[in-house]
Design a protein around this ligand. Structure first.
Ligand code: DC
Length: 227
């Protein structure tokens, strides 16, 4: 049936540790869609700022430099890539240093304007459809997305998942860092982490990753058939 092939834009938002990335990648791969990790883009610009001597506690300095780095995202869910000025940034953007500074950099309006425009152009170019994950995709970046999902989970479950991903990490410290970052991301003035009014909320606390993937795939297929 033609509708089964129709292009679809899926926005998946939520705080860290809810399984957003694993779910988004798996759903995109399963349904033959492109995939965009917008957190990786904010991490990439943060990495560039740190490498280029920008004082990331100074929003004016961040705003002035924001347009300098060239960030390119590869959207194959089987092998997503990210480069900054042509250099592979996929490893360095996951360091503790970047993680602890990314909320400050991503709160600067000039950064958000530039990255939001980049995200919209990538989504527009993905003619076969795309899954875009982040914090403000359903509310700000792609308010006309065909399907909006907001993933949640208890802080305990999120911290346990995150410390499982990072070798040798301490559960209490991970939980505290995660709560601090969520508070900064939810509390910023420009496009904070928020659930769109028309998003479907999925609480993943008691679900396995496989169950979350199946739930989202079912929701996407429902939208495609309805289209
Ligand atoms: O998903 P992540 O943990 O890699 O995201 C890193 C940071 O990027 C997150 O703490 C806030 C910011 N971010 C954002 O402000 N807006 C998005 N759409 C995605 C991420």
């Amino acid at each position: 049936m033609e509708t089964a092939r129709s292009s679809v834009i899926v926005a998946i938002d939520g705080p860290s540790g809810t399984g957003k990335s694993s779910t988004s990648k798996a759903v995109a791969a399963k349904l033959g869609l492109s995939y965009l990790d917008t957190g990786a883009q904010y991490r990439a610009i943060t990495w560039w700022m740190l490498n280029n001597g920008i004082d990331v506690s100074n929003p004016d300095e961040i705003a002035t430099a924001a347009a300098k780095p060239v960030i390119v995202s590869g959207t194959d869910p089987a092998a997503p890539t990210i480069t900054v000025d042509g250099e592979d940034a996929s490893g360095p953007i996951r360091t503790q240093e970047v993680t602890s500074k990314v909320s400050a950099v991503s709160a600067v309006p000039e950064v958000r304007t530039l990255i939001t425009a980049l995200q919209r152009s990538i989504a527009a170019a993905a003619t076969g459809g795309i899954v875009v994950e982040g914090r403000d995709i359903g509310t700000t970046v792609l308010p006309d997305a065909d399907l909006k999902i907001f993933l949640t989970a208890s802080p305990e479950a999120r911290a346990a998942r995150r410390s499982g991903e990072v070798k040798g990490s301490d559960l209490t410290a991970t939980r505290e860092a995660l709560i601090k970052r969520d508070a900064a991301d939810s509390g910023r003035k420009t496009s904070p982490l928020a659930k769109a009014d028309d998003a479907v909320e999925v609480d993943t606390t008691e679900l396995t990753l496989q169950q979350v993937i199946e739930c989202v795939v079912t929701l996407v297929e429902g939208k495609r058939v309805a289209a």
